[in-house]
Design a protein. Structure first.
Length: 233
């Protein structure tokens, strides 16, 4: 299985329910385990359920630096962007992951970091990844995904440079579902010329997959986040 090759500043975006935060957290853990110096910043001002901060303990245990507001602001309705985020962009570790909010509303927060991101982009150190889940509303077709892509680019003032196929139906996900999502990502890639960075699959599904069907790495996923009404054990 080939290895994911992402360094510098990587912005993770996608529509609501695409699984972008779970993807961001697992990518951070994976790259840290590969020996990279990894930081992750929680910029999700939209989704009250899935936020990087929920996985903070496990991330830090595995050597990932988690950039969050001061503890007194941790449960504010609108988390406070700290100067440390801009500092991490200007002076990145091997990999700095920015977990942005869903859709264009969530991506708007990236515009507030425009100066720092602009400097990093000028040095070729910024990638923005769109996470695509074909089982969510509005992203089950190429046209729907392209519409979301355009909205995210307009709101964030950044260009999407990579795609991630994150096909899941929670515990009901099958190998066929993973293949279906990858085929959609391939169709988008052909239309746009944007590279597929990797495919995600739950670690329990990996042995059931024909890896040769993918022309990109596969990121094994373990659930690090939980619904508030169904806490992760």
């Amino acid at each position: 299985m080939s290895e994911i090759e992402l360094e510098g500043v990587v912005v993770i975006t996608g529509n609501y329910g695409s699984g972008k935060t779970e993807t961001a957290v697992n990518l951070a853990l994976n790259r840290s385990e590969a020996g990279l110096d990894v930081s992750i910043a929680d910029l999700d001002l939209v989704n009250p359920y899935f936020r990087t901060r929920e996985a903070r303990e496990n991330l830090e245990k595995h050597g990932v630096k988690v950039i969050l507001p001061h503890d007194r602001y941790m449960f504010a309705d609108l988390p406070i962007l700290v100067p440390a985020v801009a500092g991490a962009i200007r002076h990145p570790s091997d990999l700095v992951i920015l977990d942005a909010g869903g859709d264009d509303a969530g991506a708007t927060v990236l515009a507030a970091l425009g100066d720092a991101l602009g400097e990093a982009r000028a040095l070729g150190r910024v990638n923005m990844i769109q996470v695509i889940n074909p089982f969510r509303p509005f992203t089950d077709t190429v046209e729907g995904c392209l519409k979301i892509l355009g909205e995210i680019e307009t709101a964030s003032k950044l260009k999407v440079t990579g795609l991630v196929s994150n096909s899941h139906l929670m515990e009901h996900t099958s190998a066929h579902d993973i293949y279906r999502g990858y085929e959609l990502a391939e169709a988008i890639s052909r239309r746009t010329g944007i590279k597929i960075e990797f495919v995600t699959a739950h670690i329990g599904l990996i042995p059931k997959l024909d890896i040769s069907r993918f022309n990109c790495p596969v990121l094994p996923i373990q659930r690090e986040l939980a619904f508030p009404w169904n806490p992760r054990k």
